[in-house]
Design a protein around this ligand. Structure first.
Ligand SMILES: Cc1ncc(COP(=O)(O)O)c(C=O)c1O
Length: 420
């Protein structure tokens, strides 16, 4: 029988060295403010969440500033779905480092083939082609390029409040007008409509539309769930006009909602699926765009269609293959579903609104900016969640998928004490 210990890997390794290569916190913050991001230093301090990640292990990390351990219920959007320093992933990466490096992206590679095979199998072969990238943003750019190139059309329809990443096309597709304007990336032929409004999106999709790109549960908007029939309706309209349906599962994929992919729960079959974050196992960057047969054939007719020196690095592909092995292992997805039910029970009569699909959850505070206060309060109590950037009344809550039952109960109790 598979146990939770099996799912989170073998015996825990000893605690690592301190993550901060500075003698004091003040020195660290001064260097970060000077060379990396002064705005971040100011903002975090003002919000009362002055945190630096120190040691990390399984579902928790240590705040290097205070020395306190925090339950990681943000999981960096899913990067830490398998917890911190998952022993199975670390062991695979260590082994790979004995004989591999990033490889040469121009060449044929068995490691890339193996990871692609595993990802394609997770879609039951419906998306047989895999283009590897370094980041989710890059994978979004690939999906948009393929859609435009293969259809010969320019129009890309997306929704307000979606976040698709920080590269050029991903920003143009993103649902945040100030960000697009800031970088002069309000590109022609990118159309934004309200999320979960079927008539609005149906009207926006025409025979000049290359693709609809959807974050099926928009994370930065605080995980509002799609109404029944919304996603199938969008798909039907796409099929009607010959537009591709691109689904961004950077946050919802790889088991997060209790199945491999959220879109299968909604009965849709995208032409491209964007995968990132958790595929890295939290230790080595790797992301991917999975493609249906027709766009894949079109894309790979040409040699070197998306050259990316580190996209699908061989070390990254070993990690991705290992992550797919864990998600596909007996008992993993049932455990996620059991945990989801446990959280649902735990929050059933909570005095705050809870949005939930699997272990994708969010808490409604009912007022703009309320998520910042809830975030700081939970932080002081030892739970690290994260405010939704485009709806500051909502706190994102995404615990790792490898929690033990009793750990989930502890977290529920802490949240209820603080927010209740
Ligand atoms: C839904 C979604 N899509 C795409 C991205 C971009 O991924 P990355 O940060 O790896 O470029 C993110 C990142 O947060 C995301 O949440």
């Amino acid at each position: 029988m598979t146990t939770t210990d099996d799912l989170r890997g073998a015996a825990a390794p000893p605690a690592g060295r301190s993550a901060a290569p500075y003698a004091s916190h003040d020195e660290l913050v001064a260097a970060f403010g000077e060379h990396v991001h002064p705005g971040k230093v100011r903002t975090f301090a003002a919000l009362g969440v002055d945190v630096v990640m120190g040691e990390r292990q399984g579902p928790r990390f240590q705040d290097a500033v205070s020395g306190r351990w925090l339950w990681n219920c943000h999981s960096n959007g899913g990067v830490f779905n398998l917890g911190h320093r998952n022993p199975t992933v670390i062991a695979a990466l260590r082994d790979a480092l004995d004989e591999l490096d990033v490889g040469n992206h121009h060449l044929v590679s068995g490691w890339r083939a193996r990871a692609a095979e595993r990802l394609a199998a997770s879609t039951d072969g419906r998306l047989p082609g895999v283009v590897f990238t370094v980041s989710g943003s890059e994978a979004i750019d690939v999906a948009i390029k393929v859609a435009r190139g293969s259809t010969g059309r320019r129009r890309v329809v997306t929704t307000d409040g979606a976040y698709h990443g920080a590269t050029g096309l991903a920003v143009a597709a993103g649902g945040d007008a100030p960000t697009r304007d800031r970088y002069l990336l309000d590109l022609p032929d990118f159309v934004h409509v309200p999320y979960d409004d079927l008539p609005a999106i149906e009207a926006a999709i025409d025979d000049g539309t290359a693709a609809v790109l959807l974050e099926a549960i928009p994370a930065t908007l605080g995980f509002p769930l799609p109404s029944p029939g919304y996603l199938t309706g969008v798909q039907a309209r796409c099929r009607e006009v010959g537009a591709l349906l691109l689904v961004d599962e950077v946050q919802t994929g790889l088991g997060r909602t209790g199945s491999w992919w959220f879109h299968t729960q909604e009965g849709i079959e995208p032409d491209a699926l964007i995968v990132g974050k958790a595929l890295s196992g939290g230790v080595y960057p790797v992301s991917a765009t999975l493609l249906a047969d027709a766009p894949f054939r079109w894309f790979t007719e040409e040699f070197g269609s998306h050259p990316s020196s580190f996209g699908g690095s061989e070390l990254g592909c070993v990690v991705a293959t290992t992550v797919c092995g864990i998600v596909g292992a007996d008992g993993f997805l049932p455990h996620v579903r059991d945990l989801a039910a446990r959280f649902a029970d735990g929050f059933a009569d909570a005095p705050f609104g809870v949005r939930q699909r699997g272990l994708t959850m969010a808490f409604e505070t009912g007022r703009d900016g309320g998520a910042f206060d809830a975030w700081a309060q939970l932080f002081r109590a030892g739970v690290f969640a994260f405010p939704a950037g485009y709806d500051t009344s909502v706190l994102q809550f995404k615990p790792p998928l490898i929690l033990r039952d009793e750990e989930a109960d502890t977290i529920v109790a802490l949240v209820r004490t603080v927010l209740g």
